[in-house]
Design a protein around this ligand. Structure first.
Ligand code: NAP
Length: 313
């Protein structure tokens, strides 16, 4: 370990990359640490139509994120692929301990985002990757001409169900209530799509099969009635996609920064309760988690990190 960075950014989603761009542009020595692929959740989003300016034909999560990555690199943000196992956030120099190395910075921006909430049914783990998926962009093509089910009633569930109709023979949305949470404009598209059907007031209780998902038991939450849903015998399988919200990737920070239900509490300037430690994007406690708000958080966090450095130096 030799270098002490001005800013270390943990996570290379829209929040982390925007922070990297702003920190790099301010000539701060900047390191972005990411354990997987850049982009976080938008790396698995097929269509981006509400990020301002993202009107390019065929704009997808990966294409937008590739430009964000290139932009952060252009301004000098360094980048390392590592999984952080522990952090020491107190004091003037923060230490991040990874599987491959240790990294030191005067400030840290936590931008680790969130991950899909599990469906919560019996046997779920056994069938993840064997019929259960949380990413339509990644797995839709496995279900070309098969039947798929989508759990959830929010924007993600309904948008992804519409996307899945490009591949699947039939898409059934399983929702625990009798009306959708999704934006009206998205709902209208789904109701107009004759490949989409609905199972209202229903949750998935159990998933079944030998090696691959070929049956499930669903429960009507109003009547308590359990129904077994079988794959068409000619298919022998079906897909089950979960889109029922997200959980924060914040286990690592427990007891180290102030949180509320796993989301990091910051002020309007992205400061956590620890001096020199900022948070940005979906990991924060906030009311709108979108690419545009994540990017804005990242810009603010990096700018405030620069200001903090000016104050302590
Ligand atoms: P969400 O808005 O929180 O919706 C989650 C859905 O899953 C809700 O319909 C909820 O049911 C259901 N649900 C939650 N827990 C459940 C459980 N244990 N069992 C069964 N169903 C459960 O999540 P999201 O759709 O992923 O969206 C997250 C955020 O991203 C939202 O702010 C959304 O607006 C935004 N987003 C925006 C766009 C866009 O603008 N194009 C696209 C995707 C996401 P209830 O309705 O009964 O609570």
């Amino acid at each position: 370990m030799s270098k002490i960075y001005d800013v270390i950014i943990l996570g290379a989603g829209p929040a982390g990359l925007a922070a990297g761009l702003y920190a790099g542009r301010s000539r701060l020595s900047t390191l972005i640490i990411e354990k997987g692929q850049d982009g976080g959740q938008i790396a698995i989003t097929d269509e981006i139509e509400n990020y301002p300016g993202a009107l390019l034909e065929g704009e997808s999560g990966p294409s937008l994120i590739a430009r964000m990555t290139a932009q952060a690199a252009k301004f000098g943000a360094e980048r390392v692929s590592d999984t952080i196992k522990d952090l020491e956030l107190e004091g003037p120099v923060k230490k991040l301990i990874g599987a491959k190395g240790e990294y030191e910075g005067k400030t840290v921006i936590l931008a680790t985002g969130a991950h899909p909430r599990p469906i919560g049914c019996k046997n779920e783990e056994k069938f993840v990757g064997r019929g259960i998926s949380f990413c339509a962009t990644c797995d839709a093509n496995f279900f070309e001409d098969f039947e798929v089910f989508v759990v959830g009633g929010g924007d993600s569930a309904v948008e992804e169900a519409i996307y899945l109709t490009k591949f699947a023979r039939k898409v059934t949305i399983i929702h625990r209530r009798d009306e959708l949470r999704a934006a009206k404009s998205i709902q209208e598209k789904a109701f107009a799509n004759d490949k989409i059907e609905f199972m209202w007031d229903t949750v998935v209780d159990e998933v079944c099969g030998e090696d691959i998902l070929d049956a499930m038991i669903v429960k009507n939450v109003k009547t308590g009635e359990l129904t077994r849903v079988e794959a068409d015998p000619d298919d022998g399988l079906f897909g089950l996609f979960g889109f029922i919200g997200y959980l924060p990737n914040s286990q690592l920070f427990e007891g180290k920064v102030e949180m509320d239900h796993g989301y990091i509490i910051t002020d309007d300037d992205m400061r956590t309760n620890i001096p020199g430690v900022f948070a940005a994007g979906d990991i924060r406690k906030k009311s709108l988690r979108q690419v545009v708000t994540a990017a804005a958080d990242g810009a603010i966090a990096a700018t405030m990190a620069e200001r903090y450095l000016g104050e302590i130096e």
